[in-house]
Write a protein that binds this ligand. Structure first.
Ligand SMILES: [Zn+2]
Length: 202
């Protein structure tokens, strides 16, 4: 499996990670590791599909439905009866899966922050919250077109005002993001740094 993973992948990393606490991970006695970490699932074309649990990712690898593309050297290995493999952070399906395209990306806090690149829509400083451009109290909707990433300072100053009342303008026009990878961004809270190159490529 190791050899085929390397052959199929332009990324030559399938690090041989060995840690003493690996048995704990393999035995499922580390609920934090199993429960919180997600694995990026790529289509055979390297298109990002979704984020799945480590358990599901390992099942796909052991059934030879997917190969490890990236594994974090800082996390333990998993032992099965016949093999040892690093806990993956990115895996890739061996065969292409056709995914029905959903045009409208669900708007979540995570996806909105990514759309606005974690920068305030008014002053460009680090965004920590979400602002409704037309305040909800004045009929503004909770939509891609009316929500913007916002810093705490602007959010506090803007309160329930309209932009016209403050003389403020938005840095960019707000619109729903397009592209399949946005469905992924809409469903995960944290993006593993090792996923970035695959998401950016999409
Ligand atoms: Zn701001």
């Amino acid at each position: 499996m190791t050899r085929s993973a390397q052959q199929n992948s332009p990324v030559t990393s399938l690090p041989c990670v060995r840690r003493d606490h690996a048995d704990a991970a393999g035995g499922g006695r580390t609920p934090v590791l199993w429960g919180r970490r997600r694995v990026l699932l790529l289509n055979a074309t390297y298109e990002p599909l979704t984020a799945i649990s480590i358990r599901r990712a390992i099942v796909l690898i052991l059934r030879e439905r997917a190969d490890v593309v990236h594994a974090d050297a800082a996390v333990p290995v998993v032992h099965s009866a016949t093999t040892t493999l690093p806990v993956p952070s990115v895996i890739r399906l061996r065969t292409f899966v056709k995914v029905p395209y959903r045009a409208v990306v669900p708007m979540t806090r995570a996806a909105l922050m990514h759309r606005d690149r974690f920068r305030c829509g008014y002053c460009s400083s680090k965004a920590t919250t979400i602002d409704h451009v037309i305040p909800r109290s004045r009929g503004g909707g909770h939509s891609w077109e009316n929500c913007v990433a916002c810093c705490a300072s602007c959010n506090h100053r803007k309160a329930d005002h309209l932009l016209s009342e403050l003389g403020w303008t938005l840095r960019t026009q707000l619109s729903p993001p397009k592209g399949r990878h946005w469905r992924l961004l809409a469903t995960v809270k944290e993006i593993d740094p090792s996923w970035a190159q695959y998401i950016d490529a999409a």
